[in-house]
Design a protein around this ligand. Structure first.
Ligand SMILES: [Zn+2]
Length: 428
């Protein structure tokens, strides 16, 4: 009698346990080996090792990462391709969306007109969907028009409709933060484990990132046209190291996500003491809102937040809150912004001291009626530029090429008593 009861209890416990284990949803990762088939991607021939083609390197690395993840029962891996074929970009994102994946990782190799360019970089969704249009898509996704299906998608994709803009923006702010987290982990692993040179984590409007309804990154594992790096990319050692680093980043990413949602607290023992936080490579500012209207410090539209840096771009004022290179502070800043009422606020990465490729920063020192010669602005500053648009006069001062220099210049002007100036990004 006693024995039977014990057995029943045991099997009941076992049932509970298996139920618990199987009810833990697998973490679905879509691995996307860039290019394939007739699309070779970047490629270059070397006398000693022959031709190195991006499509081959990306496939090998992808399969290695996949094999490592598949050994872990917490993960389910979906491949956009496992052989040398070309799924269209829409096929790749449709597959990811249909399978309700938790993560999309696209693996590529870089190339540059500059033969000296080298290092790794990771892309996440672009910061500004206003720029999203067919021209941008065409320019940045140079393989888009290889496929009839892609043509149809892009033919019907109307970036100027307000509905698709709003949907895109909401989608972005939700996934951008997670994508930045993974991007940072990937680059950290390349640097710390493999001693690679990281060019950083960047935002860019790329089709495979934009059309995914999940956190997504595109990893550029190195430059095919850089002789030394190309040899590394083609080597067994290089491919193994790169795969290990991407694998480790995905593992760390899932841990971080689980910690956030409290899963690890139930299943695992508390982690040993946390080491000191390592600074991120990028600075992060929280984008609160974009508006054609200029708000000065203390304006109710800014909801009582201080430390706001407005940057004018394409006639829109973008209001950024705080700046930090610590993930923990960045997360607190996002929280603060949301609590203040900016529900769609999200973190934007800025590479420190990054020079603009084209265009420059200037300081907008006055907007309004035409100033006369003895106004304080024109008395204080030499070589102020004047522009008239729709009957309004815009006065700007100075020309610098990094945001840091622009902030410095703005402070100098403020010190001279000219207040409420705005940093402006001018495109050429
Ligand atoms: Zn590529």
């Amino acid at each position: 009698m006693h024995k039977v009861n014990f057995k029943i209890i045991l099997s009941f416990l076992f049932l509970l346990l298996t139920n618990f284990i199987f009810s833990q949803k697998k973490f679905i990762v879509v691995l996307d080996a860039g290019h394939g088939g007739s699309d070779h991607g970047a490629n270059r021939s070397y006398a000693d090792i022959g031709r190195v083609a991006e499509k081959d390197v990306t496939l090998t690395i992808t399969l290695k990462v996949g094999a490592m993840l598949e050994k872990n029962k917490d993960f389910k891996v979906i491949y956009t391709r496992k052989i040398d074929e070309y799924p269209s970009l829409s096929d790749r994102t449709n597959l990811a969306n249909r399978s309700k994946a938790d993560l999309f990782v696209s693996i590529h190799c870089n190339s540059s007109k500059r033969p000296t360019a080298y290092g790794t970089e990771t892309y996440v969704q672009g910061p500004d969907q206003n720029d999203t249009n067919l021209e941008v898509a065409k320019r940045e996704n140079d393989v888009i028009f290889l496929d009839e299906k892609d043509k149809q998608t892009f033919g019907s994709y109307d970036a100027s409709s307000p509905e698709s803009l709003i949907a895109l923006k909401l989608q972005q702010s939700k996934y951008l933060e997670s994508s930045l987290l993974l991007g940072g982990l990937v680059e950290d692993n390349f640097v710390n484990k493999d001693k690679r040179f990281s060019r950083g984590v960047f935002q860019k409007n790329l089709h495979v990132l934009r059309m995914n309804a999940m956190p997504s990154v595109l990893i550029e594992t190195g430059f095919i046209n850089h002789p030394e790096e190309s040899h590394y990319l083609a080597s067994e050692k290089g491919q193994e190291e790169i795969s290990q680093s991407i694998y480790q980043a995905i593992i760390d990413y899932k841990k971080a996500i689980d910690r956030k949602s409290g899963i690890s607290a139930v299943v695992k023992k508390p982690e040993p003491e946390k080491p000191a936080e390592v600074a991120l490579k990028n600075d992060f500012r929280i984008l609160l809102l974009s508006s054609p209207q200029k708000f000065n410090d203390g304006d109710p539209a800014l909801k009582g937040l201080n430390y706001i840096l407005p940057i004018k771009e394409n006639g829109q004022y973008k209001y950024y809150y705080g700046v930090t290179n610590l993930a923990s502070v960045r997360d607190i800043n996002i929280r603060t912004a949301k609590d203040a009422g900016f529900r769609n606020a999200y973190a934007v990465g800025f590479m420190p001291n990054q020079k603009l490729n084209s265009g420059y920063y200037t300081i907008e020192v006055y907007v309004g009626d035409k100033l006369n010669g003895n106004s304080p602005v024109l008395q204080t500053l030499k070589d102020v530029d004047r522009n008239k648009e729709n009957g309004v006069f815009y006065y700007t001062y100075g020309k610098v090429y990094t945001l840091e220099d622009a902030v410095k210049l703005q402070k100098e002007i403020e010190a001279k008593g000219i207040k409420n100036t705005i940093i402006q990004k001018v495109f050429k």
